[in-house]
Structures are given as C-alpha cells and as structure tokens.
Design a protein around this ligand. Structure first.
Ligand code: ADP
Length: 169
C-alpha cells in the first residue's frame, strides 16, 4: 500500500491545499494530511481547529486521513510508515527551500521520497497568509476558502481583535 503524507500549517486550509489533497488522493492509496503543531509560527488557529476544518472539507475523500504532528517531518513520516512526502510548488520562490528540505529528508532516510505537485494555475497566487490578510480587514475570502469555513475565519478575527474583557478606546 502506498501511503503518503501531505504536511503543512493549513492556517487556515485554502482552495490551493484542497486542490493538492484531491489530486494527491488520486495518486496514492492513502493520504495522511498532517498539521504541523509549531507554536513558533504563531498560528491563528489551534491545531484542533485546523484538524477539524480539514476533516470537514475532506469528508468526501475516503482515503484521506487528517492528523497532526510535532517535531521533524521525517520522523513522523517514518512513524506512520509513509514512504512519500507530498509538497506543492506555487512559484520559483518555493523551489529553493523545498529542494533543500527534500534533499535533507532523503539524507536522513533514503526510503522516504518527496513528490512535488505544481499548483493549479487558478490557485498559484493563493496562500494562507493572503487569506488571513484579507480576512483581518473583513474582506471577501470566498475565492480563497470553502464557504462553510468563512464564518469561522471572520469569527476568529473578531475574537483576536476584540478579546473578551478588552476595553475599547
Ligand atoms: P507550510 O508552512 O509547510 O508552507 P502551508 O500550509 O502554507 O504550510 O502549505 C502546505 C503545503 O501546501 C506546501 O507544500 C505548500 O507549498 C502547499 N501549498 C500551499 N498553498 C498552495 C497553493 N495555492 N497551491 C498549491 N500548493 C500549495
């Protein structure tokens, strides 16, 4: 059985990620979408929230499983017996870092290979950072994320920008 891992922050998941998940799920037998639990990145959504959003939007894909991990990706890939790491390439700017990462991982464990999928053109510009930037100003994010997640994202900004007990001056 070919098991692959698609790691990322998914803070929040976008149509770009969903496109990658749907395409990867057709290539491998099982796809494990793994949310990186990295507090140093100062995520907007908790790991639990990110996992739950991913579960909702992938419920139509029977061979996709959502998990989370701490620490090194290669260790987690080995732990769950995944021989393939899937990463997305949007632009040339992604390439240098991704190449280094893939080569480092292969030095650590040559049984684990990285497969790159190039972004679908309509999502080439899209990143979680863009979604957060637009949402933080209350802008329209309907082109970036599924409708069922939109309210949660605006709500999160409402909480962050106006935490309970905070005084408005
Ligand atoms: P990370 O913090 O690991 O970059 P992201 O959640 O931003 O996590 O991205 C996870 C993976 O999805 C990365 O391989 C990234 O290149 C890919 N990705 C993100 N946005 C897109 C997109 N619009 N099209 C294709 N791949 C994407």
């Amino acid at each position: 059985m070919k098991r692959a891992i698609y790691p990322g922050s998914f803070d929040p998941v976008t149509f770009g990620h969903i496109d990658m998940i749907e395409r990867s799920a057709k290539i491998v037998d099982e796809l494990v979408v793994a949310v990186l639990n990295n507090s140093a990145k100062n995520p907007l959504f908790s790991v639990k929230e990110r996992v739950s959003m991913l579960e909702e939007i992938t419920s139509h894909l029977p061979n996709v499983k959502i998990t989370f991990f701490d620490g090194l990706l290669i260790d987690y890939a080995r732990k769950i017996d995944a021989a393939i790491i899937i990463r997305g390439l949007r632009a040339i700017t992604d390439f240098e870092y991704e190449l280094q990462l893939a080569q480092t991982n292969r030095i650590v464990d040559s049984r684990v290979d990285t497969i790159f999928l190039t972004t679908s053109l309509e999502y080439a510009y899209l990143s979680s950072t863009i979604v957060k930037e637009v949402a933080s100003y209350g802008g329209d994010i309907s082109h970036f994320v599924p409708e069922q997640l939109m309210e949660r994202i605006y709500q999160k900004y409402a909480e962050v920008q106006n935490p309970k007990g905070a005084q408005n001056f």
